[in-house]
Design a protein around this ligand. Structure first.
Ligand code: ZN
Length: 111
């Protein structure tokens, strides 16, 4: 074949929407900037997290159950809130880079 993607697009009768759907199947790795071939899944790598304090929420959780007579009942519970973590930065990488990043993260010792 030997023709570039855009030459193929220009000369063929493939519609623009078909090209767009073809492009959705591949992605650029955000670490090595290489175009990852079709069929390889992207991996979302969490770069950093932050601590967040969740507020107390009254009647936030709902549980539906059936009593002894088979009647549908609904109960509400309060959410106590508290301290938790939240994703601050995330990148979309290829499996090779994800493996490297995880190895890097595991080698870092917290002193
Ligand atoms: Zn990569």
């Amino acid at each position: 074949m030997g023709c570039s993607f855009w030459t193929f697009f220009y000369l063929s009768s493939v519609s623009a929407s078909a090209i767009t759907s073809m492009l959705k199947l591949v992605f650029y790795c955000q670490k090595c900037s290489e175009l990852v071939s079709k069929g390889i899944k992207s991996i979302r790598f969490v770069e950093s997290t932050r601590l967040i304090r969740h507020p107390y929420r009254s009647k936030a959780h709902r549980i539906v159950y059936f009593d002894d007579l088979g009647k549908r009942r609904v109960k509400f519970f309060d959410d106590p809130g508290g301290l938790g973590s939240q994703i601050a930065a995330e990148i979309c990488v290829c499996p090779k880079c994800a493996h490297e990043l995880m190895a890097e993260r595991d080698s870092v010792k917290i002193e």
